[in-house]
Ligand binder design. Structure first.
Ligand SMILES: Cc1cc2nc3c(=O)[nH]c(=O)nc-3n(C[C@H](O)[C@H](O)[C@H](O)COP(=O)(O)OP(=O)(O)OC[C@H]3O[C@@H](n4cnc5c(N)ncnc54)[C@H](O)[C@@H]3O)c2cc1C
Length: 431
């Protein structure tokens, strides 16, 4: 019997979280029956086979795939606040794979494929909407980079092409595609599989799936230190006590260099705030996701009708997560260059999250000089879309001890050996 269909709401340790039947939904709604918790609370055990630091999409996906794909279930996810309270709950939820390098394109393409079946795999509606993604080119050099990306994408089997202003106008009638615009639109990289998703649902879906497989999710559990002896990781110190573990995985996005330093591993990372903003909801009019590198802005419309805007990281490193008026002013100015008809729309909220930037705008994944201590970090402004593939490949690495080819190029050693994966051309406008 499924854990979610027990009449008394109890759970019987079933492995795949099931959904509710229509009758169940009706019955629970009508009777006000208590809903079972989607993931449980546990006592912190003194040891686990694997400890994952960070309860964002990367940590939870790693826990889920360790169990679902490799049968490794003695896993703890340690989260200092609440799950999804870091960048995974603060991003603009854009999913795409139209990157600049073959390594990046292949990697993100696998993630898009996993996202396409995620709702069915987790039995949880993650609201993935593949509505198309347009990167506008306002200059000859931007158009050249778009062509370059389109060719790299096609060679990796990813659907991308360069289109002209007329086709752009058909896709997004509200864009100012006239020659008189301050930054005329010369063309765009069009990527039909790109789109948006409901970020909280992805986090909750992975948490529910990992929990159903037996992983322990510990919220309000902060890692304060990492024990290393004779070049090997031994466990972690937390605000709730010590935990021994032969494997510790760092999945902490904006805090990753601090956590790695606890194990004595230095990362070439600088942390910047990234801001975003959302407007009041309006009638649906914007189908595709629009990005302009020249104007440093991107925009999409949610299913509720709000416009979600983002830009590049703040111009100075910081761990502050405050919004600023400068950001909103700059953003509004740039948005109006693209769509003057939005002038009367009101901004409802703005917020910020932390982004760990690497020198080449590509992540750092895999082993470290400390045996048993793994990193899945350096996610900059673009790591939400990578959650599924990162979880899948990190789980494979931990279970088999072999680095999956898909992440081999993102190893930490590349910085010492001069093998950078230059992804800035496709990743500098945060998303
Ligand atoms: C405004 C904004 C917009 C973005 N837009 C996009 C986008 O459109 N598309 C995209 O792909 N990406 C986007 N990103 C980037 C994306 O959000 C992140 O790369 C991704 O969510 C990182 O996920 P994660 O699981 O690695 O980290 P997080 O979700 O940040 O999770 C890490 C967790 O670690 C916890 N933690 C930290 N220190 C400790 C400790 N000592 N002990 C225990 N736990 C700890 C934190 O509380 C946090 O919850 C955006 C980011 C921001 C800020």
């Amino acid at each position: 019997m499924s854990i979610f269909t027990n009449r008394d709401g109890s759970r019987d340790g079933h492995h795949k979280p099931a959904g509710y039947s229509a009758f169940d939904l009706f019955r629970r709604g009508l009777l006000g029956t208590q809903w079972p918790r989607a993931w449980r609370s546990h006592d912190l055990k003194p040891s686990y086979d694997v400890v994952i630091v960070g309860g964002g999409v990367h940590g939870l996906a790693t826990a889920y795939y360790l169990a679902a794909n490799h049968g490794i279930t003695d896993v703890a996810v340690l989260e200092k606040g609440y799950i999804g309270g870091g960048a995974s709950g603060r991003n603009t939820a854009i999913i795409r794979s139209n990157y600049l390098t073959p390594e990046g394109t292949r990697f993100y393409d696998r993630s898009v494929k996993l996202y396409e079946t995620l709702a069915a795999d987790l039995n949880f509606n993650v609201m993935f909407s593949q509505r198309g993604h347009l990167t506008l080119a306002h200059s000859d050099s931007a158009l050249r980079t778009s062509r370059w990306r389109a060719e790299v994408n096609k060679l990796q089997g990813v659907d991308s092409e360069v289109i002209g202003p007329e086709e752009i106008k058909k896709l997004v009638p509200y864009l100012d595609t006239s020659e008189h615009a301050r930054y005329p639109i010369l063309g765009a990289l069009y990527h039909p599989p790109g789109g948006i998703i409901r970020h909280d649902a992805v986090v909750w879906g992975y948490a529910r799936g990992a929990d159903a497989h037996g992983a322990h999710i510990h919220q309000n559990t902060e890692v304060l230190g990492i024990e290393v002896a004779n070049g090997r990781v031994r466990g972690v110190r937390t605000n709730r006590g010590d935990v021994a573990a032969p494997v510790v995985v760092n999945c902490t996005a904006g805090w990753s260099s601090l956590i790695s330093e606890m194990a004595g591993v230095k990362l070439p990372i600088t942390t910047f705030p990234l801001q975003a903003a959302v407007t009041e909801p309006v009638r649906p009019f914007l189908e595709a996701v629009i990005v302009s590198g020249t104007l440093h802005v991107y925009v999409s419309q949610t299913d509720r009708g709000e416009l979600v805007f983002g830009a590049s990281v703040d111009p100075f490193p910081s761990y502050s997560m405050r919004g600023s008026l400068e950001f909103t002013e700059g953003l509004a100015g740039h948005v109006l260059e693209l769509m003057p008809s939005l002038a009367k729309l009101r901004v409802l909220r703005q917020w910020a999250g932390l982004c760990d930037m690497t020198p080449d705008f590509a992540p750092i994944m895999g082993i470290t000089p400390v045996e048993g201590f793994y990193v899945d970090v350096g996610w900059g402004t673009y790591g939400f879309k990578a959650g599924p593939v990162s979880g899948e490949t990190m789980a494979q690495l931990i279970a088999t001890g072999k680095t999956p080819p898909l992440i081999a190029a993102f190893d930490l050693a590349r910085f010492a050996e001069g093998r950078l994966v230059g992804e800035k051309g496709a990743a500098s406008v945060g998303h």
